[in-house]
Design a protein around this ligand. Structure first.
Ligand code: FE
Ligand code: CA
Length: 516
């Protein structure tokens, strides 16, 4: 057990071994046994104007404990170049892959030029990794446009990652991942592909689950092609958990806390994110802000770790009930909520983009006695939702877009301050991205809200429950999001279609449908 105050030092030492390793560690150059160490691919993320995080994990036998490497410590070299053939090298170094972090390598590269593309790779004595491509953010004074994709919910068993195959062919600067990178459940043999191992509870289980997901070639392609910004939702730990309380995993108990600790560590080990400024794995801060020049501020949220337990026993419940409307209830926790409001207030970006794991829109015009509310999304936290919408209205009206994961469907909303009453002004838009695979092939109509499209309120512009992702572009005058859609994921090879296209004009209320 690592003491709290030792955690950061140890983790920094582990991850920053580029400068060399403690003398007592025996570090090998060549892996024990045969096999490609780079079966999980490479990734990059969290770009700043002068740096980016590079990631890989050595795992010659990906589904085996510690990737088949046991207690070996392995020296890994990394290189960053201007060209794909590495003839114009700009940076290189070494890191040590260690069993305490499942031989995952996180390199924080600094000293790069703003607004540039780079290529990177890792090398061991046994061979080289695939080549990844990444980029830095523009310099803070620049008005460069931003092209980004939005993805979430990639349940491995439900289908193929065709969405990523297509995404990798787009010209994007960034991928925003909004949660459910893995699903923790055990295998259901009747699905398209099968989970290895039991329901994830221990660190070993979660590591195996990430390894299985990351063996997918299309997922590896999308990681190797663009830097990602990553946050989590519930399934990185357990269904609909709040703090240390799971839906089927009632807590808080030492066991639920240990499960979250395991889930968080495995998440960090497999995500291209910076070395955490945390006291321990159980309390890992993942919410973060990134500026894309003067074009956009991206606020990436954590909607799990600090939230009040769901009201009225979770699920879909008629309101009013329990403490549902209590203003003391929180989705983000007091600190993150203030951080977000301050960010919207002080953000220099032309656009404010909120990467939001669960839906913000209030689907109802006004909840009547008995209206059924989904307690896990922001609609289950109406006071907290209204505080956020108020902050958007006060500080960044009609230049804020919320992009969202979780519900395995696309919903395109105009957002008002609080419930969707006709007399209230539109202040922002929410683009709910659908799942990459979760829930399988899907349909053109979503069952969650307004399956009868004609009965939908004006502020719900469109919905669909097909699989896919969003492809968005922000420039000085507009923010456009294309709904990229697949007819099936149960077999590979679905062609990509643009099912609808939506435009927000800077400073102007409301969404506009654009011919797709
Ligand atoms: Fe999901
Ligand atoms: Ca979820």
């Amino acid at each position: 057990m690592i003491r709290r105050r030792d955690f950061l030092t140890d983790l920094t030492r582990y991850a920053a071994l580029a400068a060399g390793a403690p003398a007592m560690w025996h570090i090998v150059r060549r892996l024990p046994g045969a096999g490609d160490p780079f079966t999980l691919g490479v990734a990059s993320g969290d770009p700043s104007p002068t740096g980016v995080v590079l990631w890989t994990r050595l795992a010659p036998q990906p589904l085996e404990p510690l990737g088949g490497l046991g207690s070996t410590r392995v020296e890994v070299r990394w290189e960053v170049a201007e060209d794909e053939r590495f003839s114009r090298l700009v940076h290189k170094g070494t890191a040590t892959a260690i069993p305490e972090l499942s031989h995952a390598v996180h390199v924080e590269v600094n000293g790069l030029h703003p607004g540039r593309w780079y290529h990177y790779r890792f090398l061991t004595a046994d061979g080289a990794s695939p080549v990844g491509r990444t980029r830095t953010a523009p310099r803070p004074t620049e008005d460069a446009p931003l092209a980004f994709a939005v993805a979430s919910c990639q349940h491995y068993e439900y289908g193929h990652y065709t969405a990523y195959e297509h995404m990798a062919n787009e010209e994007l600067d960034l991928v925003l991942f909004l949660g459910d990178y893995i699903y923790e459940q055990g295998a259901i043999p009747t699905r398209v592909r099968m989970h290895a191992g039991p329901e994830c509870v221990t660190l070993e289980h979660y590591r195996q689950r990430y390894a299985q997901y990351k063996t997918d070639a299309n997922l590896q392609r999308a990681h190797a092609r663009f830097p990602w910004l990553t946050t989590w939702d519930d399934h990185e730990v357990s269904n609909n958990y709040a703090q240390d309380i799971g839906q089927f995993d009632r807590g808080p108990t030492p066991a639920t806390a240990a499960r979250r600790t395991a889930g968080y560590q495995a998440w960090w080990e497999h995500a291209p994110v910076r070395i955490p400024r945390a006291a321990n794995w159980h309390d890992l801060r993942v919410y973060q802000r990134m500026a894309w020049g003067r074009m956009a501020d991206l606020h990436l949220l954590d909607c799990r770790q600090y939230r009040t337990d769901q009201a009225c026993g979770d699920g879909n419940k008629p309101v009013p009930c329990g403490d549902w409307s209590d203003p003391a209830r929180t989705m983000l926790g007091a600190e993150q909520e203030q951080w977000l409001i301050d960010g919207l207030k002080n953000g220099k970006g032309r656009w404010q983009l909120i990467g939001n794991p669960v839906m913000l829109a209030a689907p109802d015009i006004a909840p009547k006695e008995g209206t059924v509310v989904y307690m896990d999304a922001w609609s289950g936290y109406p006071a907290a939702r209204d505080r956020l919408l108020r902050a958007i209205a006060d500080h960044a009206p009609n230049r804020t877009a919320v992009v969202t994961g979780d519900i395995h469907a696309n919903y395109i909303w105009e957002l008002k301050t609080g419930f969707d009453r006709p007399e209230r002004a539109v202040v922002a838009a929410e683009f709910v991205g659908t799942s990459i695979t979760s829930d399988g092939d899907g349909s053109d109509v979503s069952k969650y809200y307004y399956p009868n499209k004609l009965a939908a309120p004006d502020s719900l512009k469109w919905h669909s429950a097909r699989r896919g992702y969003l492809s968005c572009k922000a420039d000085a005058t507009s923010l456009t999001c294309d709904v990229r859609s697949l007819a099936f994921v149960s077999r590979p090879g679905a062609p990509l279609t643009t099912a609808s296209r939506w435009k927000l004009t800077h400073g102007k209320p409301g969404l506009e449908a654009v011919g797709a």
